[in-house]
Design a protein around this ligand. Structure first.
Ligand code: ZN
Length: 300
């Protein structure tokens, strides 16, 4: 049987969040609908952060109001704390993705809470998730390195993963937030999280900041991870590396996986069209390689 790899599209959140151009609610909805038209089943549609701090993510409630529940689709809201979780519940997200950071400095700058404070906030949120509320996944941010503190000790990653296991979190994402990871570290951290949280599904989140994104994705798949984040066109960037490119590009990842015989359920041609569309909206060419080079072999 063909192995299926699930791709979570994060363009409307991680992509747009790091772009200068602000899109209207209607444009964001158009973006989500185009991606779902390309076969995306899980999508990070919004972020419940303070719009004064992150103006790109303003209008989260309005975007969610334009996305009524649909069987087989999950619209995810990113949350940083209890306040964000309550907004995700009120906005009727299918899923909330809580970000917990491995480093204190990143946590205090990103969400005003130390690592220990964030871990303490997890249990009550996890207890509140369930029927009639969004399901909960956790992203372990800056797991591969921190822009302020440098190398991140394995113990910091393990501690968050253990807290997730204790809270019954069904899915954990390991995030290379600033794009400093390498395939060998990917393998090591995947094994470490499996030991710390054996029941949780694993998702990996890579940025292509230093050109290691797809190699990291391949290593994760080889290590048995079945879920990967990507953003169409590779849009976005990194707030801590001004010249950086964004997430790994969805169409590049789908192409690589298709060549390897994996199934994703996504339509490459529709993704390429959507990448062109969002690139035009953002007023800059997107960095995806597949869109420039074309698919091989050519579609019949
Ligand atoms: Zn990211």
């Amino acid at each position: 049987m063909t192995r299926r790899i699930e791709i979570v599209e994060v363009g409307p959140r991680d992509g747009l969040q790091n772009e200068k151009t602000l899109l209207s609610v209607e444009e964001k909805l158009d973006f989500v609908r185009r991606l779902e038209g390309a076969g995306v089943r899980r999508i990070e549609a919004v972020s419940f952060v303070n719009p004064k701090r992150v103006p790109q993510m303003a209008g989260a409630e309005e975007v969610m109001a334009g996305l009524p529940h649909q069987a087989g689709r999950s619209r995810i809201g990113l949350v940083l704390n209890r306040r964000g979780w309550e907004r995700a519940v009120a906005a009727r997200c299918d899923e909330a993705n809580l970000v917990l950071t491995c480093s204190d400095t990143f946590g205090i700058r990103n969400q005003g809470a130390s690592r220990a404070e964030q871990i303490a906030a997890l249990a009550p949120i996890a207890a509140d998730a369930g029927p009639g509320k969004p399901s909960l996944s956790v992203t372990i941010a800056v797991a591969f390195g921190c822009p302020f503190e440098g190398e991140v000790p394995d113990s910091a990653v393990a501690e968050i993963a253990e807290a997730c296991a204790a809270g019954g979190v069904a899915e954990i994402a390991l995030a290379d937030t600033i794009g400093v990871g390498d395939p060998w570290k990917v393998r090591r951290l995947v094994r470490l999280v499996r030991r710390a949280a054996p029941a949780a599904k694993l998702r990996l989140h890579f940025h292509d900041t230093r050109n290691t994104g797809l190699a990291n994705a391949a290593a994760a798949v080889d290590e048995g991870a079945d879920i990967l984040d990507a953003s169409v066109g590779g849009i976005g960037g990194c707030p801590f590396a001004p010249a950086a490119t964004g997430n790994i590009a969805t169409e590049d990842l789908v192409y690589m996986l298709a060549r390897g015989g994996f199934e994703t359920g996504l339509d490459i041609a529709a993704l390429v069209d959507t990448a062109e569309w969002i690139g035009a909206k953002l007023g800059r060419p997107h960095p995806s390689a597949l869109s420039r080079a074309g698919v091989f072999p050519k579609a019949a």
